[in-house]
Design a protein around this ligand. Structure first.
Ligand code: MRU
Length: 362
């Protein structure tokens, strides 16, 4: 991923394995600050406060968090307590529970003295695999954009995305953004409509920051603009990430995704979802069973931004005394999803489609 002049990943493990460094995403795009997570408490706080966010990234960070917890205390009790604590920080993105369980599984039957080494190695493998998956998602998604570009005869391909499913949400490349970066790097003209993504504005703050840094033409729109743009023929493709895909192809993603899928279905715009295997929850028959995270009212009643004096401030935008509700995700039924892009290729959003790519799950 490109951050200013340098190429880096969104997690930097310390050489001496005493900590990891992550970009504090609550400060972006105003301040680029790497912070150090040196143990269970730091890691759990960073995930819960969304200093790191995005399904694959919280998975990889959670995996390192469990390793760091074992560095402090490698007992059976500490292992189970740390795993439970980390998994509880964010309930919808299955990558977190999956990654923490994978590290726990890798160390459970080992002597205490070996557990930290094994956990750190497993967390590193998870991070490397995520980067490789996203790179592959880019390869498998590219033909979709290239095909539209060919039909448009050189006019830019207009892609609408929601929230941030970019490198800031993964270890590298992103999921939904990986094909976009590939297309742009290959000289295919693309333009991205970036949903601002209230309440936390991950689109306006993070996706716009990423795309701008990579030189990808983009325009931020209010969340409510997507349907209008689609009706006017100004969107060729909707491309989003996901936090959990159920066995039947139903897709949980940032709140508001479902409305974009409805508008896309009504206007005939293809609606694709990009994900690595770690986002598939084979244990859930349908999206109705996906737990939806409820976050604080303050995320809706207030908004953060850069004030004229250069300070980052929160201001209240809701009438005093009014209550707010904040469901953080919604579920888009598989019937509204044109297809899924994974590290193994593209498939229909259905159990048969998923099994065609992952036959070992039959
Ligand atoms: O609440 P967030 O910011 O963690 O939500 C992130 C999303 O909804 C992303 O679209 C999803 O995690 C996919 S990330 C590649």
């Amino acid at each position: 991923m490109r951050l200013g002049a340098e190429w880096t990943r969104s997690i930097r493990p310390a050489q001496d394995r005493s900590a990891i460094a992550i970009l504090d995403q609550t400060l972006l795009p105003w301040r680029v600050v790497w912070i150090r997570l040196a143990g269970l408490e730091d890691t759990a706080e960073a995930i819960a406060a969304m200093r790191v966010r995005g399904a694959p990234l919280i998975g990889a960070v959670g995996a390192f968090g469990l390793a760091l917890a074992l560095r402090e205390d490698a007992s059976d009790e500490a292992l189970e307590a740390a795993a439970t604590r980390l998994i509880a920080t964010r309930p919808t993105a299955v990558n977190l529970a999956w990654a923490v369980a994978r590290v726990a599984e890798a160390v459970r039957n080992r002597p205490r003295g070996d557990r930290f080494d094994a956990a750190w190695a497993e967390a590193s493998a998870i991070a490397d695999e995520d980067a490789a998956c996203c790179e592959a998602i880019g390869r498998h998604g590219l033909p979709l954009i290239a095909g539209i570009a060919e039909r448009k005869g050189g006019d830019p391909v207009n892609i609408l995305t929601h929230c941030n499913a970019g490198w800031l949400a993964t270890v590298d490349w992103g999921t939904a953004t990986a094909p976009i970066y590939r297309a742009h790097d290959a000289g295919i003209p693309v333009h991205v409509w970036v949903d601002e993504t209230r309440p936390r504005n991950q689109g306006a703050a993070l996706t716009a920051f990423e795309l701008g840094g990579h030189g990808v033409p983009h325009t931020v729109v209010a969340d409510n603009a997507g349907g209008h743009l689609m009706r006017r023929g100004e969107v060729d493709l909707v491309l989003v990430g996901t936090d959990r895909v159920a066995r039947n192809g139903d897709v949980a993603n940032k709140i508001g995704t479902y409305l974009k899928a409805l508008a896309a279905a009504d206007t005939g715009v293809p609606f694709w979802v990009a994900l690595p295997f770690s986002t598939i929850d084979w244990s859930l028959a349908s999206g109705e069973l996906i737990p939806i995270e409820e976050r604080s009212e303050a995320e809706v009643t207030e908004i953060a931004g850069l004030a004229e004096d250069g300070a980052v401030r929160r201001v209240r935008v809701v009438s005093p005394g009014s209550r707010a509700a904040n469901p953080a995700f919604d579920v888009t039924p598989a019937r509204l999803v044109t297809g899924l892009i994974t590290e193994r290729g593209r498939c229909a959003a259905s159990e048969a489609g998923l099994l065609s790519l992952y036959p070992e799950k039959a």
